[in-house]
Design a protein around this ligand. Structure first.
Ligand code: GLN
Length: 244
């Protein structure tokens, strides 16, 4: 049987790529290569339609407010319906920081309201107060993975408010999370995940990359383990930086 191919679509890879968030894609690619799995990367920028059947994992990194403003309406006009269709057939969507915010209903910056795609039941409001910056660690409890730690770095002006039925991705152990006050970080709904955590996220939390890959490929069995000495050290160092 031919090996599965992880087909990834990066949304706005040039505009939404703050803090080297592209490193998340490199990690997915490298772990596929080490395991003999195929990897296919497609970029979808401004004006590009996406084929909901052609990708297993959609990814959008972080961005500055002005870059988000360039992408938000385009995302709704040219990609929202396809993203919903893809999620309905089990595709994974991962948004980091600015990308996370655009997965909700809106990002409100004073009088300007950027629309989101509504895959997560939340809204984000730009706050006049201090940016929420620093190392962060959260505890997550994901199906099949159990209780694990995700650690990294956050820097956002937006405060994200989850609707009452919307599950957070995790519980803040150290750092600020969605609002700096709620104790919640990120959001998850089935195969759609959003988080404020950069790092980049996946090189510091390689176990999460494997969880996403397994889900995106619809694998019944866990992926074969790799020699994760370096990855485990990066994870430990991110946790230690956050004060865990
Ligand atoms: N511009 C958004 C904010 O400040 C997202 C920032 C980011 O992606 N790091 O809240």
């Amino acid at each position: 049987m031919p090996s599965p191919v992880l087909r990834v679509c990066a949304l706005y890879p040039d505009l939404m790529n703050i803090y080297a968030d592209r490193g998340n894609l490199l990690l997915l690619q490298q772990r596929c290569a080490w395991r003999g799995l195929g990897f296919q990367l497609t970029g979808a920028g401004l004006g590009d339609a996406i084929d909901p059947a052609a990708h297993d994992l959609f990814y959008m990194g972080g961005g500055q407010d002005r870059d988000q403003a360039l992408c938000a309406q385009d995302l709704v006009d040219t990609k929202r319906d396809a993203l919903h269709t893809a999620v309905d057939r089990g595709a994974v969507v991962l948004g980091v920081c600015g990308g996370y915010q655009l997965l909700g209903h809106s990002y409100e910056l004073g009088d300007e309201h950027l629309p989101g795609v509504g895959l997560l039941d939340l809204r984000t409001v730009r706050h006049d107060g201090p940016r929420l910056i620093g190392n962060v660690a959260i505890e997550v409890d994901l199906p099949g993975a159990g209780r694990r730690i995700v650690a990294g770095f956050e820097n956002h002006g937006g405060r994200t408010h989850l609707a009452s039925g919307q599950a957070p991705l995790g519980r803040v152990l150290k750092g600020h999370g969605n609002t700096g006050e709620s104790g919640a970080e990120g959001a998850i709904c089935g195969s759609v995940l959003g988080t404020y955590i950069h790092g980049p996220l996946l090189p510091k939390n390689a176990w999460l990359a494997d969880w996403l890959t397994e889900r995106a490929l619809g694998l019944d069995e866990p992926l074969a383990p790799l020699d994760d000495g370096m990855e485990d050290a990066a994870h430990a160092s991110a946790k230690a930086a956050a004060g865990l």
